[in-house]
Ligand binder design. Sequence first.
Ligand SMILES: NC(=O)c1ccc[n+]([C@@H]2O[C@H](COP(=O)([O-])OP(=O)(O)OC[C@H]3O[C@@H](n4cnc5c(N)ncnc54)[C@H](O)[C@@H]3O)[C@@H](O)[C@H]2O)c1
Length: 465
Amino acid sequence: MRVTMVGSGYVGLVSGACFADFGHEVVCVDKDPAKIASLREGVMPIFEPGLAELVAHNVKAGRLSFSTELAPAVAEADAVFIAVGTPSRRGDGHADLSYVHAAAREIAGALTGYTVVVTKSTVPVGTGDEVERIIAGARPDADFAVVSNPEFLREGAAIDDFKRPDRIVVGTDDERAREAMAELYRPLYLNQAPILFTSRRTAELTKYAANAFLATKITFINEIADLCEATGADVQDVARGIGLDNRIGSKFLHAGPGYGGSCFPKDTLALIKTAQDFGAPTRIVETVAAVNESRKRAMGRRIVAACGGDVRGKTIAILGLTFKPNTDDLRDAPALAIIQTLQDAGAKVRAYDPEGMAHAKKILENVSFAEDAYDCVTGTDAVAIITEWNEFRALDLERVHGLMNHPVLVDLRNIYRREEVARYGFDYVAVGRQGTAKRRRAADRTPRTSTEADAPAGMAVSVAS
Ligand SMILES: NC(=O)c1ccc[n+]([C@@H]2O[C@H](COP(=O)([O-])OP(=O)(O)OC[C@H]3O[C@@H](n4cnc5c(N)ncnc54)[C@H](O)[C@@H]3O)[C@@H](O)[C@H]2O)c1
């Protein structure tokens, strides 16, 4: 089939390359000429493992090409995917649909013959209806169907997720569109990936419900981590103890600095707003978003507490800036709020990330950037691991200890074992587990009053110190 992707970012580019790999003829369109020029030269505008090879292979086979010209690519296509951004709208947190609507208008002008217009961007319930109105309004003669096909891939494992999805969700009432979508995904269907055909509105809502549920799971274990710290329990064992229950499952139960990234923060907010507008508020999700937001700064305060409560004039090393490993994406990364909190408290920040440095240099102010992890910790008063990149999992701790002014290690991803770190003489602070500092044993403490218990997680550690 002939496929056109409108928007060649993380989702459009990966989906386009994978559809080409299935044997379809794909044009990835983007209005950013620099992105298209770079793709034409074989240089990926994003970091995603395996993507450069997949793109090169399919370009060479003549199935994948790149263009800034939407009209000719749409005119030729059997299916046109809208994969543009849907960021939070400034001010109110609703999904900003201006890029989707603009894409729909452009597509309308170029349609020829029966075309399936597929919304892959994450969009609120009812957006498909609006896209249909826009196209029909601009081109009453056009023969088309608007389908919802939300994308569930994860950055860092995007190709594998696209090629081996847990499920494919397709929302449409149009029989021809359904057949076209089945044909597009046939190679996966043969691989037994379940395709869930449903209504367009159901498909749209399914995407938000999935992300809100995952965000809830993360936030739940983060609050349990705070309780573990207060009671002397170990959150990793609790997570394993509940995760082995098949009804719960072990994924997304890693306590940490709070969720970030290009999807969960904006999608939970958009769901909250949609639910309020429809008079069916999602109070659990409202709480999840609020708890997660306050957690990021609380993690900054945790680092301050680990430094004895005062970081004025001290230098803190930050290892990991991206919202998770194996991506260069810094959108809504917890590191951003943590760094701001440290700077507000008077600290100097030195940072290193394996893939996020280029983006970080554009958005972070007054941060000095290091060449590698060892360069980053040199002469610093504390080091905080914010993102669990593999290269931070096996640091030469003796060397790190020797390079630092003060050996304070704040491990916000729980990647080290306390005993191991203690051997090198670090003052170690983790999440939901006891650290190494000479602390009053949490288990000896009596329950706090409700006012104390409401204190942010970072403060709880200093209370326990
Ligand atoms: N990033 C993820 O992991 C992920 C996963 C699942 C779903 N999603 C959803 O997919 C959508 C896209 O996300 P992304 O991360 O790929 O965004 P992105 O910002 O990386 O890419 C969007 C691209 O669309 C281009 N664009 C915008 N308007 C255009 C137009 N009219 N014509 C041509 N190109 C245009 C932009 O230049 C940009 O390159 C969002 O709705 C997002 O929520 C993202």
